[in-house]
Design a protein around this ligand. Structure first.
Ligand SMILES: *[C@@H]1O[C@H](CO)[C@@H](O)[C@H](O)[C@H]1NC(C)=O
Length: 378
């Protein structure tokens, strides 16, 4: 019988402990720790849609270094796929983890699952990063055992910034992402999740060789439900630097500074088309020649469009009958047979405008787009 492992994620916009089947986590190795990284999407510069494999470094609860494994430039994780990164090192439970981008392909990380040689298993879902203000995109990934409509968002990392993603990596404290008590704590005060450096951070200058900030484990106290007894110890944590990843590596001795999550504010409300008013310009859109058409109930074009931090291809929600132009963050209705206003035509894949309502149906292209790649998510 397969064990059940709780992982905190968003269900109907609220953090909950999701009971997942352990089948989505790597199998236990007698000596090594395995980290499985799931790609929600990636923006390879070549024809395939895929992202380079990231590097991973691990520490135990006391900040002692377990091991690290470099990423891979010339091997990629395809959309919705995963890759197991095997880290040789100490026989210990990995409580802290860093994930660092490698190569020029951005990678949208939808989930991370770690199995230690001790048998300790833990997971992290991209919903955490999205709520903490990281650039994000929906993913079609289903976590086994969870409600099929619970699809985690993914968050972008990129080593060289060539795809306009600002972060090179993320760090996390794995025990912080399980249990109803902590899920409720994050719902009550998002700062306890996003503003506590060791718990979760996105970084603009992270490499696999860097240390990370860890809690003084003896300063943390928990309630019976797993939530934090002393919120101050979380918001103003007593921290130390983890053990170096390489004694002779100068970058390995630096305590990283938080240059990550900042945009905790919800995005601006964008008017529904046919208004041509434009949202404030974002960074150039990654994957602008791609279109995602989703028929997944969990996905919302409105949510994607109204978020200041979403980034990725133009997005259609069949369920909402809406289209988001991601370059301008403008929401349009999809066309119906008798549409008289500007709308996005799923057949021509462009915004059309019936110039003389009531007269002959002459449709004129407002913003011609040509999509090199159209993905359907069902
Ligand atoms: C979307 O899903 C619904 C319900 O499963 C189905 O009836 C409909 O045909 C699907 N639409 C598209 C465009 O795939």
């Amino acid at each position: 019988m397969s064990a059940v492992i709780g992982v905190i994620g968003l269900v109907a916009g609220v953090f909950q402990n999701i009971n997942t089947a352990e089948s989505w986590m790597p199998t236990q190795h007698p000596k090594n720790t395995k980290a499985r990284v799931y790609a929600g999407m990636s923006d390879s510069t070549d024809q395939s849609t895929s992202g380079n494999i990231p590097g991973v470094a691990l520490w135990d609860a006391a900040g002692r270094f377990i091991g690290k494994e470099m990423g891979v430039y010339n091997y990629v994780i395809g959309d919705g796929k995963f890759h197991d990164i095997e880290v040789k090192g100490k026989m210990a439970s990995a409580d802290y983890l860093s994930v660092s981008a490698f190569g020029t392909d951005g990678l949208c990380v939808a989930a991370v699952a770690v199995t230690s040689p001790t048998g300790y298993k833990a997971g992290w879902l991209g919903d955490i990063g999205m709520r903490c203000g990281a650039p994000w995109y929906p993913s079609a990934l289903v976590i086994p055992g969870s409600d099929p409509e619970t699809r985690p968002a993914c968050v972008w990392i990129d080593q060289d910034g060539s795809n306009n993603h600002p972060h090179t990596g993320l760090t996390m404290h794995l025990p912080s992402f399980t249990g109803e008590g902590l899920a409720n704590e994050y719902n009550d005060d998002i700062a306890t999740l996003c503003k506590s450096l060791p718990r979760f951070s996105m970084w603009k200058t992270r490499s696999v060789h860097m240390t990370l900030p860890v809690y003084h484990a003896d300063k943390l106290e928990y309630n019976e439900d797993g939530s934090d007894k002393n919120i101050d110890a979380i918001l103003k944590p007593s921290m130390m630097q983890s053990e170096t990843t390489a004694p002779n590596d100068p970058t390995g001795t630096k305590l990283g500074v938080a240059d990550g999550p900042s945009a905790l504010e919800p995005g601006p409300v964008v008017e529904l088309g046919p208004s041509r008013r434009r949202a404030r310009r974002q960074a150039p859109q990654p994957l602008r020649d791609q279109l995602v058409i989703s028929n997944i109930t969990r996905h919302s074009a409105r949510e994607v469009c109204e978020s200041q931090t979403s980034a990725g291809p133009d997005f259609v929600s069949i369920v909402e009958w809406l289209y988001c132009d991601m370059a301008e963050k403008v929401l349009w209705p999809l066309c119906l047979e008798d549409s008289t206003e500007a709308c996005f035509d799923l057949d021509t894949r462009s915004i059309t405008w019936q110039t003389k309502p009531g007269l002959r149906s002459r449709k004129e292209d407002l913003s011609p787009k040509s999509y090199r790649n159209v993905q359907k998510w069902i």
